[in-house]
Ligand binder design. Sequence first.
Ligand SMILES: [Zn+2]
Length: 133
Amino acid sequence: MFCSILAGQTSADFVLRTPEVSAFLDVRPLFRGHVLVVPREHVVTIGEIAPAQIAPLFGAVSRIARAIEAGLGAHGSFVAINNTVSQSVPHLHVHVVPRHKGDGLRGFFWPRAKYESDEQRLDYAARIANALE
Ligand SMILES: [Zn+2]
């Protein structure tokens, strides 16, 4: 599925594209502005990534984490990787989730937000992309 997105065969709301990494909105966000950062090379888990790809991947994660605060006004972020267990798509992806104080994210029973419209979703993508340094 993510290889299909990276190949342009499946649409996604991209916020960052580099030769090594792409980042786009999660279609079922924990909170609006939830981004997935994905290496373009197909690997399933963090344990399989080539050492040379780690810096590009986490460099992008760092940039997205800053952009979520600057672009969306988040107080912070939650960064996570599911490897195999609870991994819904078998292509390595790093979740970068906007956090606000008192947002209700605790434990493992997490809320799921919906975008109210395509326009709203695109606006979140644009605000993050525009805030990238
Ligand atoms: Zn893949």
